[in-house]
Design a protein around this ligand. Structure first.
Ligand SMILES: [Zn+2]
Length: 52
């Protein structure tokens, strides 16, 4: 699990693996559902460095 700052509820929430929905369409990160119900993307960051 990890902490993510949600852009919808504007809170830093603890996200559990059970909230994961899959990989983002562009492969930039993981899609999950926040406690507030908003769909968020957790950007992993490694890809940006590799593509540069
Ligand atoms: Zn939220």
């Amino acid at each position: 699990m990890f902490v993510h700052h949600c852009t919808s509820c504007d809170k830093s929430q603890l996200i559990f693996p059970s909230q994961m929905r899959g990989v983002a369409e562009d492969g930039s990160g993981l899609v999950f559902t926040c406690w507030c119900g908003a769909e968020q993307v957790w950007v992993v960051g490694d890809k940006a460095e590799q593509s540069a």
